[in-house]
Ligand binder design. Structure first.
Ligand SMILES: Cc1cc2nc3c(=O)[nH]c(=O)nc-3n(C[C@H](O)[C@H](O)[C@H](O)COP(=O)(O)OP(=O)(O)OC[C@H]3O[C@@H](n4cnc5c(N)ncnc54)[C@H](O)[C@@H]3O)c2cc1C
Length: 570
């Protein structure tokens, strides 16, 4: 049977029916290019490239903060779903596995995952869909420390410190892990507090100490009586809310609208002259469109690598592409005898904590998850189980003898801002001289390498994790280590040339820094608001603007900067 698909015709204006579905959600939230740019009305004041974690949030905030703003949000991918996939139960939407860019099949994997760049390590690529990677992300949201922020422009660092709490509240990080509670959490926390002072490299100088509540962007409880919780955060619900408010406010007249989300609109480049972008070139379903920018500001929020590529293609400057940072990452899983800990609950429970450390002059952190389930430490984490019979089975699947503990270590990589791109053993992004993409524009090439300092940190982070786990268990007879396909009584051997518990540098999605902010145009690419020093109306709206990324997962900082940018952009 031939499946009937959505027709890219005038029927776009209606909710269309396919063989299997009614396209109501996309139709109720998104607009076509022609609807958005051809409906008349006032000129756009802001054009955002990419509707992911930051672009979607930024669009909604500018709409909320500035009643005269008119925002065009251009998204290369299609509408997929309206919230984080984990809030939907098992709907068969997965993250693509990392692959070598040279093996890129040239078609989407897992429906929406594309790999638009080339590079020297494996990457999963980008989720090309409205909401971007925010529909799939893990939710860990630690703050940058004062040490990390020492390299940031004062105005940005001050804003982050004074506004982190607001964004933590918006995303569900605060109130803290209201969806992870119970005896196992209390036991794991008490044991961690008891041993933390004797584990070398855990950062006891930090305010509150090294053992911290897991900062996860999930709101598990009703914010006030009568409301539902919003579960795991993504940029789509807040964006949808703003767009629907706009549709209702404008009485459905596109010329009166102030916020449009246009999917399947791949921004090819900006045309820049005289120190300002004047035209944006977009591929809309195979047709090349050129939109005059007028007096609008433009924000690049296509995710670090693609944002950097767009900047290099459109308005290159000498420092762009240096200072590439990602994260070093190790995952260790062990099991600890129940008898080593007091009163572990009989039924299945899950615990999570954050441990902060410092070694080789750089920060790292350990994300701890623990569970009494036979299926592992995160088998019952981040899941919506709608079937109570299934839930009962899973709760009964308790391990009578062991709890499983995973420590995911994430450590800072130092960026290099002084060595020119492609001239030394550093990490960088440039434009590939060898390959163009489907739109006739050079692909990005990404070079990710660890330095000697990064490697020293990696070793120290691994040793800290193993030391912590050994002390957590109390004695060698109480712990077994998961490697080589089974539980081993000896600790992970750290001397292998490439330990299998190390993750590749391209697998964390945390690339940052290549268009970093600073007050001095001779030593940075954009200013403290994110505006490119040499282009009056183009802003960096994602992690590419970070001067440092520390060890922390980037989204809390990226959203807080997006909030600042939203206040700044009228
Ligand atoms: C499985 C997983 C777990 C993660 N866990 C965490 C975590 O626990 N904590 C954390 O902080 N981070 C985590 N991350 C990383 C986090 O999701 C990213 O840091 C964040 O989404 C980056 O936001 P962004 O807006 O820059 O990019 P994205 O969210 O990827 O959005 C970019 C958008 O731009 C669009 N786009 C790209 N090119 C173009 C173009 N040329 N024209 C128009 N549109 C374009 C894309 O389609 C996409 O929608 C995780 C990511 C994944 C996938």
């Amino acid at each position: 049977m031939v499946l009937r698909e959505l027709a890219p015709t005038a029927a776009d204006t209606l909710v269309q029916s396919t063989t299997l579905a009614l396209d109501a959600l996309a139709r109720n939230v998104c607009n076509t290019w022609d609807e958005a740019v051809g409906a008349g009305g006032p000129p756009f004041t802001l054009i955002i490239v990419g509707s992911g974690a930051y672009g979607g949030y930024l669009a909604a905030k500018v709409f909320d903060f500035h009643p005269n703003a008119r925002v065009l949000l251009l998204e290369a991918g299609p509408y997929l779903v309206g919230e984080h996939v984990q809030n939907l139960g098992n709907v068969g939407l997965n993250v693509a596995a990392p692959i070598s860019p040279s093996s890129d099949p040239g078609v989407a994997r897992e429906l929406v995952w594309g790999l638009p760049w080339r590079g020297n390590v494996e990457f999963p690529g980008l989720a090309y869909c409205c909401g971007g990677k925010s529909l799939f992300w893990g939710g860990w949201c630690p703050r940058l420390t004062l040490n990390d922020l020492a390299f940031w422009p004062t105005a940005a660092a001050t804003y982050l410190n004074s506004h982190y709490t607001e964004v933590e509240s918006e995303t569900g990080v605060v109130p803290a892990t209201d969806f992870i509670t119970g005896e196992l959490l209390n036991i794991v926390r008490a044991q961690s507090f008891a041993i933390a002072g004797s584990v070398a490299n855990l950062d006891i100088a930090l305010p509150g100490g090294p053992v911290q509540t897991a900062p996860i962007a999930v709101q598990g409880a009703a914010p006030v009586s009568g409301l539902f919780s919003f579960d795991k955060y993504s940029s789509m619900p807040i964006l949808t809310q703003a767009i629907r408010a706009d549709i209702e406010r404008s009485g459905g007249s596109d010329s009166q609208r102030r916020l449009f989300l246009v999917p399947k609109a791949h921004v090819v480049r900006l045309h820049v002259s005289g120190g300002a972008a004047h035209t944006i070139e977009v591929d809309v379903a195979g047709f090349r469109k050129f939109l005059s920018v007028g007096a609008a500001n433009l924000v690049l929020a296509a995710s670090t690598i693609e944002t950097t590529r767009l900047a290099l293609v459109s308005c290159p400057s000498p420092l762009m592409g240096r200072n590439l940072m990602a994260h070093i990452r190790t995952d260790f899983t062990v099991r600890v005898r129940r008898s080593a800990l007091p009163q572990v609950p009989a039924h299945v429970q899950t615990a999570a904590l954050l441990l902060r450390g410092r070694a080789a002059g750089a920060p790292f952190h350990l994300q701890l998850t623990a569970s009494t389930s036979r299926d592992g430490s995160d088998a019952m984490l981040y899941r919506m189980v709608p079937d109570l019979d299934l839930l009962d089975q899973q709760l009964a699947n308790t391990d009578p003898d062991w709890i499983t503990v995973t420590l995911r270590g994430i450590g800072a990589m130092a960026g290099d801002r002084t060595t020119p791109v492609a001239t030394g053993n550093t990490s960088w992004i440039n434009l590939s001289p060898f390959e163009q993409d489907e739109y006739g524009v050079p692909r990005a090439y990404v070079n990710l390498l660890t330095s000697g300092v990064d490697n020293a940190l990696w070793t120290a982070m691994d040793q800290t994790a193993l030391d912590f786990l050994a002390r957590f268990a109390g004695s060698p007879g109480n712990i077994e280590y998961l490697y080589d396909g089974g539980w081993q009584q000896t600790p992970f051997p750290l001397v292998r040339p490439f330990p299998p518990w190390h993750w590749g540098l391209g697998t964390t999605y945390h690339e940052a820094g290549t268009l970093w902010m600073g007050d001095d145009p001779t030593t940075s690419v954009c200013d403290a608001s994110g505006r490119l020093h040499h282009v009056a109306n183009v802003y960096v709206g994602d992690q590419a603007s970070f001067p440092t990324v520390g060890s922390v997962n980037p989204v809390l900082t990226g959203l807080t900067l997006a909030r600042r940018l939203a206040e700044h952009l009228g």
